[in-house]
Design a protein around this ligand. Structure first.
Ligand SMILES: [Fe+2]
Ligand SMILES: [Fe+2]
Length: 469
């Protein structure tokens, strides 16, 4: 269905046919816009940004490009088309029709899942709100803003579900989503990773590489949900999410590429010399990867989880790419989990967070391979790597244990002493921050990052993607 842009809230859910819901959402809309002005990108609100906006959810319409001022972006409600006669694909009710309404017994659990997902969307906009001031190029600035407006739209997606299916408590939750703020001491965002400050672009690239990818996996598991409106919402969100991870993967590749150029120029890979030249040494890139990867791994929850089992049994939340598995019921299978007390057999349904984390990590490897290929081709032995899933965990069976990035238990004293060999220290952050000076001449790049291989939507890299006025 085409999106109706004549309405106050663009949508493809026939909002005009449901007056009460429409009014409730029109009441929430100005609160959202106030939040955007206060907590969204600092400055730049009057600039023309070359953004994509969906005009329909099919392949032709979802990516329409043009100059837009961010506050005028058409945030709206877009669901992927319904799959006719879709049935539940896993769990105890496999084969039964999917739900068009929320079953009473799952109401509070489903609401919690939707609120937790919804909370991450505006949180990331808040985390990134100051980055525009230190952009390495107009191309990057535009990408940041594209991500920001889409995360705003993802908030709309979850708020629509809360308003349409959860009555009064849904509407209250929608308000709360604008009241919690990233890093706020009184009302922080729900998940730790979304309260971590993102003060520099290297962190942004790691965040979009690792944390948006966690988002991808959460959305994939909701796309399998028996609650059909949730599934349809998430299927459309996934098309937008791909760009966020692209920004992370290519951003990190460009950092690596630039560093390799500097190594060649200077004839040394001595980190101090690389830094003195205004580039980011590869061991420092590794520390950033260690920090953001380990932080994002926590988002999948404990290895052993009764919530995960209940979500699967009921049909609320499946495995990402559920159809690629052979067994969709999982009643008499176990998974061998590696715990500090040794190997442990866990009923598969209780181990699904770990299953999801494993497939996520496989997806994370793709970028690592590409970046390492650049390093290898330049003739260096150094390799970037993902940290062990046991490293720096604040949830699950490895919580708080002194483990190094390779997954080895080390004495506590050694762990404390060496922690900042593994994740960025204050000094590392300060150094990266010192590189963050804004470059806004069309086509120009900051000295710590290589230009992208191509521009947006077949435009040249030199295009003026953001018109600062
Ligand atoms: Fe999102
Ligand atoms: Fe995202």
């Amino acid at each position: 269905m085409t999106i109706n842009y004549a309405e106050k809230i663009p949508n493809n859910v026939n909002l005009a046919g449901e007056r009460t819901l429409q009014r409730a959402l029109e009441h929430w809309q100005p609160h959202f816009l106030n939040w955007w002005q206060e907590m969204g990108p600092s400055d730049f609100q009057g600039c023309d940004v070359y953004l994509r906006t969906a005009v329909s959810v099919d392949a032709q319409g979802w990516a329409n490009y043009g100059a837009v001022k961010m506050p005028e972006y058409r945030w709206g409600i877009f669901l992927a088309d319904a799959v006719p006669e879709r049935s539940i694909g896993f769990g105890d009710s496999i084969g039964r029709p999917v739900w068009q309404q929320v079953p009473g017994e799952y109401r509070s659990n489903l609401r919690r899942l939707i609120v937790t997902q919804g909370d991450t969307e505006p949180a990331s906009v808040e985390q990134q709100r100051l980055l525009g001031h230190s952009c390495p190029s107009l191309y990057d600035l535009r990408n940041l803003f594209q991500i920001n407006v889409e995360e705003g739209r993802h908030l709309w997606a979850m708020v629509y579900l809360l308003h349409a299916y959860f009555g009064r408590d849904g509407r209250e939750e929608a308000e709360e989503l604008l009241q919690r703020h990233s890093g706020n001491s009184d009302k922080p965002r729900i998940l730790t990773t979304f309260n971590e400050p993102i003060c520099d672009w290297l962190s942004l690239f790691c965040f979009t590489y690792f944390t948006d990818r966690d988002g991808k996996y959460q959305l994939k598991s909701f796309a399998e949900s028996a609650f059909d409106p949730l599934s349809r919402t998430c299927r459309f969100m996934l098309t937008e999410e791909a760009h966020h991870m692209f920004v992370g993967e290519t951003g990190l590749a460009r950092v690596v590429k630039r560093t390799l150029e500097v190594i060649k120029e200077l004839g040394t890979d001595d980190p101090a010399k690389i830094r003195a030249h205004g580039a980011i040494d590869l061991p420092l890139v590794q520390k950033y990867l260690n920090f953001w990867c380990s932080s994002s791994l926590d988002l999948f929850g404990s290895e052993i989880s009764s919530n995960a089992a209940a979500g699967f049994a009921s049909g609320m939340k499946g495995r990402p790419d559920e159809s690629t598995y052979a067994d969709h019921v999982l009643t008499d299978v176990n998974l061998k989990l590696d715990t500090p007390e040794g190997a442990q057999d866990v009923p598969m349904r209780n181990a699904l967070n770990e299953v999801m984390r494993e497939s996520y990590l496989k997806d994370c490897e793709i970028g690592l391979k590409r970046w390492n290929r650049l390093i290898e081709r330049a003739g260096h032995a150094f390799r970037l790597a993902l940290p062990s899933t046991r490293f720096r965990r604040s949830i699950g069976s490895w919580v708080g244990l002194p483990v190094d990035p390779q997954g080895r238990l080390v004495p506590r004293e050694e762990h404390a002493r060496r922690l900042y060999e593994w994740i960025p220290s204050e000094a590392d952050h300060a150094f990266v921050k010192s590189l963050m000076r804004r470059v806004v001449e069309p086509g120009k790049m900051a000295g710590w990052i290589a230009p992208p291989e191509r521009g947006i939507n077949n435009l040249p890299v030199e295009y003026e993607y953001v018109r600062l006025n």
